[in-house]
Design a protein around this ligand. Sequence first.
Ligand code: G3H
Ligand code: 13P
Ligand code: ZN
Length: 333
Amino acid sequence: MVSYKELGLVNTREMFAKAIDGGYAIPAFNFNNMEQLQAIIMAAAETKSPVILQVSKGARAYANQTLLRYMAQGAVEYAKELGWEKPQICLHLDHGDSFETCKSCVDFGFSSVMIDGSSLPYDENVALTKKVVEYAHQFDVTVEAELGVLAGVEDEVSAEESHYTKPEEVIDFVSKTGCDSLAISIGTSHGAYKFKPEQCTVDPATGRLVPPPLAFDVLAEVEKKLPGFPIVLHGSSSVPQDEVDTINAHGGKLQAAVGIPEEQLRKAAKSAVCKINIDSDSRLAMTAAIRRVFDEKPAEFDPRKYLGPARDNMKKLYIHKIVNVLGSDGKAE
Ligand code: G3H
Ligand code: 13P
Ligand code: ZN
């Protein structure tokens, strides 16, 4: 048993309370490799933003949970070395799919876990979430739960259609489970293809697809039922069109990739939404930079020469999210 507190990590409780009071959101960035982690920590340290490092099932399979946890531990020391005296870094399990997975993360030094029972019948979601909460809270590890189903195209978290969270269920769910935060479904979804072209309109000036707005009425209903309770948005990448263009200009083929417009995320960040999950945008930033180097310098074969620019591009993206979208800069001085 390793306590995250010994590793210098923090849980989400205080971060979320301050974010709700302050009208901003904490960035939750997924990581699978060293360059992503370096970019996240550099961005958070430079802007003094609290940050959540997320490890998904896919990341655990790709990079190994043990290695990722030690990398997160190293990240705390790295942050200090960068001059961030009191780093506020949370290590979070993204989309935990069983009690056993959540328990193994709690036992191994994660400071926060998500139990995603959103695909289960309501009563089973309640029972599973409650079991995880009872275990995690013994060690002061915070628990995120989910109600409602996100549509998506990713393997691990896919559903054909989204089902918005039912506001009439949230009080019962939170009081029965004791969860610390709740992910809700209001129209976001995972991946770089969040809407079908037929769901969008076309901006006549740019010819770009304009997605339908998020269901802010559902969010408002949830907030009314659970005043001050931390709400989480998954699937919140914006799919920056300049990165998509760079990828396509250098041999890629991303057709009709569309995300959540930033102004909608800004609006969400000012509400009870206090954690915003971003993964796909980092993948796009990384891929765009690597494709550019491969295309422009075909003789290059030192990985540092393309992973370095990829890291720089991700860092720029993370800083942009923190400063211009979520508003969490300067909140972890
Ligand atoms: O929620 C999904 C995240 O983007 C993680 O995706 O399972 O492919 O690592 P992944
Ligand atoms: P995106 O695919 O929109 O980046 O969402 C990531 C996410 O929700 C991770 O849990
Ligand atoms: Zn997610």
